[in-house]
Design a protein around this ligand. Sequence first.
Ligand code: G6P
Length: 610
Amino acid sequence: MCGIVGACAQRDVAPLLIEGLRRLEYRGYDSAGIALIKRGSGALTRTRVAGRVLDLVAALQPDLPEGGVGIAHTRWATHGLPNDLNAHPHVVADEVALVHNGIIENHHALREELTEGGYQFTSETDSEVAAALIQRYHAAGEDLLSAVQRALKSFVGAYAFAVLSAREPERIVACRRGSPLVVGIGIGEHFVASDVTALLPVTRQFIFLEEGDVVALERERIAIYDADGRPVERPVRTSELAPDAVERGGYRHFMHKEIYEQPAAVAETLEGRCVGGRVLDAALGNGAAELLDRTERLHIVACGTSYHAGMVARYWSEHYAGLPCEVEVASEFRYRSHVVPPGTLLLVISQSGETADVLAALREARQLGYFAVLAICNVPESSLVREADLTLLTRAGPEIGVASTKAFTTQLTALLLVVAALARRCGRAQQEAELVAALLKIPAALERTLALEPQIAALAERFVDRQHALFLGRGVHYPVALEGALKLKEISYIHAEAYPAGELKHGPLALVDEQMPVVAVAPHDDLLDKLLSNLEEVRARGGQLYVFADGAAQLRAQGRYTVIPVPDAPAAISPLIHTVPLQLLAYHVAVLRGTDVDKPRNLAKSVTVE
Ligand code: G6P
């Protein structure tokens, strides 16, 4: 983890490597570095710092170093503290420089072996193990490409590397296994990066490397080898992302921009997928109709916010389609025994399509008897999309804020499309038509909800000095409460917990006093009366209540009971509509607390390690 950029060009590459790192900042990181090969002398220069890309630029002043071949990195600490010595690139013997994403699981054994062989480690990272082993083979006479290929045979784990050698000053050798890596093709120059967004200012042409691929890049040449070392051709694809797709526009933070993009992102996700009150099976790809016909139950696997989307879908699946559904976090799913009844479709949800635990769960599931895997994902070129049988793409566009917002609401939209298509197969065509009608109302309802922002910004002031907050919901709105609590803790660092409101009296009520804000999601549904009784339990203990309720719920504010009216919407889409105010609340609390909203401490956007 977390971001790699490399370039071989005639021009000096430091400025474009720095720009690439800046564009990868959204993935989350805690240190940054760059290594370049000087023209003429072929000497390696390396600069690295704990901190931000801006700190790296400051360390490089007064002038960016020259050099037409270079690699750069943002690190999110996994092995060893986020300090200068553990930052990448790792340089061995002034000869080999390496940047690495992922984890080498057997690094302890390799470290011992290399130490016995006389190598002295300067960092605590698993990455330096890789640099040292490659340099050992290189020093023994192998060229950089074969030294990398040979070293890879010793590594267990998931990784992407980019490597330079002062002895081969014209090239970069890079590889991927388990962590994403793309090659960018320019005119008379070539690039490598962990994400296309890093390279959009310099090219739109990309090669998406396959698992196990190794690539040798020079200015005029690219040679790709598969995991067995055979030369291979991989297709060149043109990215449709506009270079400014990752710019903030007039917004202060990406998260704010992305909250506001939700109506358009949901409209895009629905575009061309429903006709005449029906969901087009073809939206899920070739063969979807037959696989949906065979579906008798769903198992959903995901992480983080995507997991919360899966939890909402469980209620929808059972309520609207009558299909049994189970949901599990991917990191648990992969390490337990499973009983998979016949006719079970595995549904994996991931914004990035690169989350290591989700990919591992999918691969594990291949051995378990699921008849097919359906992926809901936001990145068409991702590993998840490549490995699933069916895909329903959310069309949210790049999500840069680490705290997921538009990915969540587009995932919910996609999930409701799937549930509607399944409802028809369960003899509930009328239900499908009602769901489709509700789906089409989401963009306008989200627009109306965004208009609550001034009110919510004012409310945020009441949270700013708090240490803790409780979020309550019932039924399908319990996962909405979980998502609201997750947003608040991620970006404002206030400890927030969500509970199904009925559980309050089994524990969390003990925490309630005048200092404890309690946020409740209270739409007008069958559970409203039950929820209101739970809120009385809070009020009786002096808790501060903030209740998000649609107009039909007809709640009235009084004393320590604040009601924030949410626009009315059909019940099926209520979870989306009630999510947006909670996103805005978390956002404004974080802004007031002065945290790094788009890049919260310790978190990463795309978690490509276990
Ligand atoms: C990280 C991100 C979250 C995201 C989760 C799952 O923790 O910070 O925002 O929900 O990963 O990511 P995925 O890309 O699989 O949806």
